[in-house]
Design a protein. Structure first.
Lengths: 344, 349
């Protein structure tokens, strides 16, 4: 059966690499996935100049001119207050109006979330949206055997309540079911101990609620050390904790690479050892390559927003588009809605 | 007095020249296996590029036209190719195929893949007998050297290319001496005129459109034949209703939809082609057809959806870019394109 045609709006401006990588990613998508149409939102002249030099299918790409954009270091509320025609806001508006089914942006995360908050509607039962991120783990998850677990929230909602954490669990579970093809994902709360009474009151309260939640396979609390172990498929926390965790894990990974480089330069014996390991390290890098996963979904709105990494190259953008299209065709919003009203 | 048994038709006002493989037919022959499969296909198994047959039928319906097909397919395939054209309701005036058996027997191996030495003399010789005032629209693809050959043909008969440049081109394309002589003789015999209005290049290999900017605005790379029909509507060669019928064939036979068609329309706008003005008559034609008995047009979505899709694509662009200025083609700088696709010196995007 031919998949349903889906249109993904790409905020072309504002990524670390400028419009080029986003346009090339959308162009690649137009060749790889005939059922996905790309709506490129940004400076039409710049987009066309890149597109004209790139292999693409003109039948599956359209352009919406929006020359202004929010820079990476701008304060989102100020930037979106300055202009109503920033590319990320226009893209979100086009999704809200039904011109596209979901949005992908590699630009300013805060501006993306704020643009969604201003134009999309929250799903009934969701008080705050959550930004979900994948993190490489040592265990495999779902029938796709993804070497990632999902952590949410990693920055959209700084101070989540117990109810918010339960909603995050429902949303993360639905996302893992659909995107990772994991029919019954395990869900955990991030805390400072595995006991039900450990953690701040909101985590303890959320634990009590999740234990009784019928639609979720809640496996209790996990600690920070369990994130890279992959103890749970979905890990829930508030945006403040999630963001600190994610940045720390990224920092550790970068430090390991730097230490390996140091070792490589220090002694011939280590150099030879690393050279012998290079094939294995490359395989490990390929398996845990975040670019293949596309981006982080913002969950909780009636429309989907995939936040791609600011440093995303064309392949990551194309994959973000595929993930967005998959979430749309699988009706992720409906799955979340059902999860929030398990009795209905 | 006895009447003649045949009244000659009026001389053609328009000549449409089509390539066959990858332009009219969806053909794959990049590997030996594909080549064999293509050679063994029956007429009913061959697939036309969506919209190509409808476009030809609509162009022919305008009257006073001639359809000349020049294909690199071997002469042994004439029967099956003619059968396919008949199945599609396409009526042609000339169908020239390549005599590769003769090339093989004479040891002319370069001619097996060569395009310039085969197509250029055929085009020029066909033009000798055409009325001077007959205008031409040419259709090719991006797989071989069609943009180069068609542009050179157009500029040769318009007198914009001299014999010295032609000589260098034929040298670079490794054209055999007897074919060179044929080309020069035919070129001298062709009355000077500037009849080539458009050269459409079907992007079978999805070559980036900017690659063809070197050939000026006369060459229009197209992703599909709806785009060609839109440009021909803007040029006054087709009516809006005829364009709608091309679109319908694409919707019905190849899974095209409102998105692909409206995106195709906007793609032309963004490349500076003058199709903005045709949106209104096209939508009017669709409106009329949807209200009339022409049930085939019901394949489209409801008219408000269609209107919205097309008008939004126009509005989304702000001010569309200006059309590119025509400028002379420097054939010596694009000699690479004259070489066969498999030539080691040829670089393609």
């Amino acid at each position: 059966m031919r998949p349903r045609a889906t249109t993904i709006a790409f905020d072309v401006m504002g990524s670390d690499h400028g419009p080029a990588e986003v346009v090339r990613g959308a162009a690649a998508l137009s060749l790889e996935a005939p059922h996905i149409h790309a709506l490129l939102v940004g400076d039409a002249q710049q987009i066309d100049a890149i597109l004209a030099e790139t292999r693409h299918s003109g039948e599956r790409i359209s352009v919406h001119h929006a020359p202004e954009f929010v820079g990476m270091h701008e304060k989102p509320s100020e930037a979106l207050g300055r202009t109503h025609n920033a590319s990320v806001l226009v893209a979100a508006r086009l999704v809200a109006e039904g011109e596209a089914d979901a949005m992908v942006s590699a630009g300013n995360t805060g501006a993306g979330v704020l643009a969604c908050a201003r134009t999309f509607k929250l799903i009934p039962g969701v008080r705050r949206a959550a930004l979900a991120s994948v993190f490489p783990t040592r265990t495999w998850h779902g029938s796709k055997q993804d070497p990632f677990s999902l952590i949410l929230d990693v920055g959209a909602t700084v101070d989540a309540t117990a109810e918010d954490l339960v909603v995050f669990a429902v949303m993360g579970s639905a996302y893992a079911r659909i995107i990772s093809k994991n029919p019954n994902p395990s869900v955990a709360l991030l805390s400072n101990g595995t006991e039900a009474t450990k953690g701040p009151p909101r985590v303890v309260e959320a634990h009590a609620k999740l234990v009784q939640h019928p639609g979720i396979r809640f496996v209790g609390n996990v600690e920070g050390v369990d994130i890279p172990k992959g103890t749970a498929d979905v890990i829930c926390c508030d945006g403040f904790v999630g963001n600190v965790c994610l940045k720390m894990l990224e920092g550790v990974a970068e430090t390991v690479v730097e230490l390996a480089n140091y070792a490589y330069q220090s002694a011939l014996r280590w150099k030879v050892g690393l050279a012998m390991l290079s094939n294995g390290l490359k395989q490990l890098k390929d398996v845990t390559d975040w670019q293949q996963y596309g981006g982080a979904p913002v969950l909780g709105f009636d429309r989907l927003f995939i936040k791609a990494h600011g440093r995303s190259k064309a392949r990551a953008i194309a994959n973000a588009g595929k993930v967005a299209a998959k979430a749309v065709t699988s009706d992720l919003a409906h799955a979340i809605r059902e999860g929030l009203q398990p009795g209905s | 007095m006895a009447l003649p048994d045949r009244i000659d038709p009026r001389p053609p006002r328009r000549i449409y020249r089509w390539d066959l493989d990858k332009t009219y037919l969806q053909t794959e022959f990049d590997t030996f296996r594909q080549l064999v499969r293509t050679a063994l296909q029956k007429a009913t198994e061959k697939q036309a590029v969506p919209g190509a047959a409808a476009l030809i039928r609509e162009l022919r319906a305008q009257g006073d036209s001639q359809l000349c097909i020049i294909s690199g397919s071997p002469t042994q395939m004439r029967t099956v190719l003619e059968a396919k054209l008949k199945l599609d309701g396409v009526e042609w005036d000339e169908l020239v195929l390549k005599d590769n058996v003769r090339n093989l027997l004479r040891g002319r191996f370069r001619a097996l893949r060569g395009q310039v030495g085969y197509k250029l003399p055929v085009l020029l010789e066909s033009r000798i007998h055409a009325p001077v005032e007959a205008e031409e629209v040419l259709f090719g693809d991006d797989a071989e050297a069609d943009a180069f050959i068609y542009s050179l043909y157009a500029d040769l008969i318009a007198g914009r290319v001299d014999e010295a440049v032609l000589g260098q081109v034929l040298e670079a394309a490794q054209v055999y001496p007897d074919d060179r002589a044929r080309i020069v003789t035919a070129w001298r015999a062709v009355p000077r005129a500037d009849p080539v209005r458009r050269i459409f290049i079907h992007l079978d290999r999805l070559t980036p459109p900017a690659y063809f900017a070197r050939y000026g605005p006369r060459v229009v790379p197209i992703f599909n034949y709806f785009q060609a029909a839109l440009v021909l509507l803007a040029d006054g060669e087709l009516t809006a209703a005829q364009v709608a019928r091309v679109a319908v064939e694409m919707v019905q036979t190849a899974g095209h939809n409102l998105l692909t068609l409206s995106n195709s329309f906007q793609d032309l706008l963004r490349r500076g082609l003058p199709v903005q003005a045709v949106a209104a008559p096209l939508l009017q034609a669709l409106e009329g057809a949807l209200q009339g008995p022409d049930a085939v047009l019901q394949a489209f979505r409801p008219l408000p959806d269609i209107v919205k899709a097309f008008t939004r694509r126009v509005a989304a662009l702000g001010a569309p870019p200006q059309p590119p200025e025509p400028r002379p083609i420097d054939y010596l700088s694009v000699l690479d394109d004259a070489r066969p696709r498999t030539h080691p010196a040829r670089k393609r995007p």
